[in-house]
Design a protein around this ligand. Structure first.
Ligand code: COS
Length: 378
C-alpha cells in the first residue's frame, strides 16, 4: 500500500477541507441545534463531487476512488458529523444502485444522486426487531403483475425525511438471509410514507426516521441484483459503508483532538499551561497514536476496496478500531477542557455526542468482531 497520496486524492482532500472549513464548520452548532442541514450545504457537497466520490464519471460520479472518499469523509466529519453521515449514506446508496441496478434504474437515479437533485440517498435495511440481525426482517415484497408490492416498516433510516431514493430490503422468499431482495424505491412512490423521527443523543442535524410501506408498488426494474440475492448486496454495501463510518469517526476525533491541543496550550492552571503537565501530554500522545492507527487501518481497507480485493475483515477492523478509539479520544478531549467541555459553548460536547453512534450503526462493534473472527476461524 502506497501511503503517498496521488495528485487527485490531494485535490479531493483539499476541496473537501476548504468547503468544510468555510461553509460547514461555522454552521455546525446551528445544524445540531436546528436539526437540519441547510440546502446550500447539500448543493455544495454535490457540486464538489462528494455525493459520488467512487462512482463512475459516466453516471455523474467523481470517479476518484475509495481512498479519496475516505479522505473527503474525514474532512467533512471534522466540520460536521451530521453532514458527513448524509454524504456517507448517499455514496453507499449510489454505489449499490450503480453496481446492482439495471441500466434504466442506474440512469434514473445515480446521476441525480451525484448532482444533488435527489438531495440524498437512504439505506433501508434495519427494522425495529431486525438491526444487528437483518436476516430476521419482516417487510415483504411480492410479485404483482409487472412489478412488486412492498409492505412493512423500516427503522433507523438516515435522511428519511428528505432522501429522494431509498434502497429497500424486503423478504421475497424463505425465512433468514437467503430470502431477501433489494429494491430501488423513489421517495414519491405511492404507499411509501415517512414515520416518526427519532430524538437522538447525537447527529441531531441528520434526521433518522421510520418508513412505512403500505402496498408500495414498484416496477420490475426496481429489483437490484437477483431475486433473493439482497442480503449479499446489503453485506457488500455495509463492508464499504464501514470504511465511511470509520472515516467519519476519525474526522470527529481529529476535530476534538485539535481543539484539545489548542486549549491545553492556552489554559493555565497552577501558573502553567495544561500542555506542561505530563498527564495531559500523555493523553494527547495516546490520542494521536490511536488516531494514526485508525487512519492506517481505514486507508488499508479503502485501498483494498479500490483494488477490488476482499476487504470485509479489514473494513470491520477499521470500523471497530476507529469508532472505539474516536470515542476514547473525544472523551479525553472533553476531560482536557474540564467543565467548559461539558457546556454547549464549545463544540467538544457535540463531538462526544456525535461520535457515540459510530460504535453502533452500520454494524455495532460486537458485529464487527463477529465478522473479523469468522473470517479468521473459517
Ligand atoms: N460480502 C458478501 N457476501 C456476504 C458477506 C459479505 N461481506 N457477508 C455475508 N455474506 C453472504 C454469506 O456468504 C452468505 O451467503 P450464502 O447464502 O451464499 O451462503 C449470506 O450472505 C448469509 O451470510 P451469513 O450466514 O454470514 O449471515 P448471518 O445472518 O449469520 O449474518 C452478520 C452475518 C452478523 C455479519 C450480518 O448479519 C451483519 O453484518 N449484521 C449487521 C448488520 C448491520 O450492519 N446493520 C446495520 C445496518 S445500517 S445502520
Amino acid at each position: 500500500m502506497n501511503l503517498e497520496l496521488t495528485e487527485e486524492q490531494r485535490l479531493v482532500q483539499s476541496a473537501a477541507r476548504g468547503f468544510a472549513a468555510e461553509q460547514i464548520a461555522p454552521r455546525a452548532a446551528a445544524i445540531d441545534r436546528d436539526e437540519r442541514i441547510p440546502a446550500d450545504i447539500l448543493d455544495g457537497l454535490a457540486s464538489l463531487g462528494l455525493f459520488g466520490v467512487n462512482l463512475p464519471d459516466a453516471l455523474g460520479g467523481a470517479e476518484a476512488g475509495v481512498v479519496a472518499y475516505h479522505l473527503a469523509m474525514r474532512e467533512i466529519a471534522r466540520a460536521c458529523a451530521s453532514t458527513a453521515v448524509t454524504m456517507a449514506v448517499t455514496n453507499m446508496v449510489g454505489e449499490v444502485i450503480a453496481a446492482f441496478g439495471d441500466d434504466e434504474t442506474r440512469r434514473r437515479f445515480v446521476p441525480r444522486l451525484c448532482d444533488g437533485t435527489l438531495r440524498a440517498g437512504s439505506f433501508a435495511l434495519s427494522e425495529a426487531d431486525a438491526g444487528s440481525d437483518p436476516g430476521a426482517m419482516r417487510t415483504t415484497a411480492r410479485r404483482d403483475g409487472n412489478g412488486w408490492v412492498i409492505d412493512g416498516e423500516k427503522a433507523w433510516i438516515t435522511s428519511g425525511t428528505f432522501a429522494g431514493v431509498f434502497v429497500v430490503w424486503a423478504r421475497t422468499g424463505e425465512p433468514g438471509p437467503r430470502g431477501i431482495s433489494a429494491f430501488a424505491v423513489p421517495a414519491d412512490a405511492g404507499g411509501l410514507s415517512v414515520g416518526r423521527r427519532e430524538d437522538k443523543l447525537g447527529l441531531r442535524g441528520s434526521p433518522t426516521t421510520a418508513l412505512h410501506f403500505d402496498g408500495c408498488r414498484v416496477p420490475a426494474s426496481a429489483l437490484l441484483g437477483e431475486e433473493h440475492g439482497g442480503f449479499r448486496i446489503a453485506m457488500m454495501a455495509l463492508d464499504g459503508g464501514r470504511i465511511g463510518i470509520a472515516s467519519q469517526a476519525i474526522g470527529i476525533a481529529e476535530a476534538a483532538l485539535d481543539a484539545a491541543i489548542l486549549y491545553a496550550k492556552e489554559r493555565e492552571t497552577f501558573g502553567a499551561p495544561l500542555a506542561d503537565r505530563q498527564a495531559i501530554q500523555w493523553m494527547i500522545a495516546d490520542a494521536r497514536t490511536e488516531l494514526d492507527a485508525a487512519i492506517l487501518l481505514t486507508q488499508r481497507a479503502a485501498w483494498l476496496k479500490e483494488r477490488k480485493a476482499r476487504f470485509s475483515r479489514e473494513a470491520a477492523m477499521a470500523k471497530v478500531y476507529a469508532s472505539e478509539a474516536a470515542w476514547r479520544i473525544c472523551d479525553a478531549a472533553l476531560q482536557i477542557h474540564g467543565g467548559y467541555g461539558y457546556t454547549r459553548e464549545l463544540p467538544i460536547e457535540r463531538h462526544l455526542r456525535d461520535v457515540r453512534v459510530a460504535r453502533i450503526y452500520e454494524g455495532a462493534s460486537e458485529i464487527q468482531r463477529i465478522v473479523i473472527s469468522r473470517d479468521l476461524l473459517r
